[in-house]
Design a protein around this ligand. Structure first.
Ligand code: ZN
Length: 142
């Protein structure tokens, strides 16, 4: 609100003709901001894409209840079955450097609907089974 008052005081206080001019100027400024916003958004999206492709993960770390239960290389295509204490199952598939939840018998099935992950920091979480698969860098765990 303060900015608006300040802006008005900066404008030349003359006739109505000038008022019209200044309002045109204002519109132009608004458009500039919108354009700048779009550009910024595009840049952020592009950076995101760049980050995604520049940082492909090396492995997927699987944990249950916050405890790591395994890590698997993304370079090797494989199918992994995880069964929890209650018999709940999740089948994780690694193919072409991407990880996806192929099957799960959890009640919500959200993990199966999750898109495949491949970049560092991306994860698929199965809340009902408290299972987390997260892509990390290529450092191999002992
Ligand atoms: Zn699930």
């Amino acid at each position: 609100m303060n900015g608006k008052i300040l802006e008005k005081s900066w404008l030349p206080q003359k006739a109505e003709k000038d008022d019209k001019k200044s309002s045109e100027l204002k519109t132009g400024r608004k458009e500039y901001f919108v354009l700048a916003g779009i550009l910024l958004l595009a840049l952020v999206c592009w950076e995101g894409l760049f980050w995604k492709y520049a940082n492909p993960g090396g492995q997927v770390v699987v944990s249950r209840n916050g405890e790591q239960i395994g890590s698997y290389s993304l370079k090797k295509d494989q199918k992994l079955l995880f069964t929890n204490q209650k018999g709940g199952r999740n089948i994780l598939v690694i193919q072409d450097g991407q990880v996806s939840m192929k099957m799960a018998d959890c009640p919500d099935g959200l993990c199966v609907k999750h898109k495949p992950i491949s970049a560092i920091g991306e994860s698929i979480i199965c809340l009902p089974h408290r299972l987390v698969a997260e892509v990390t860098d290529a450092i191999d765990h002992p």
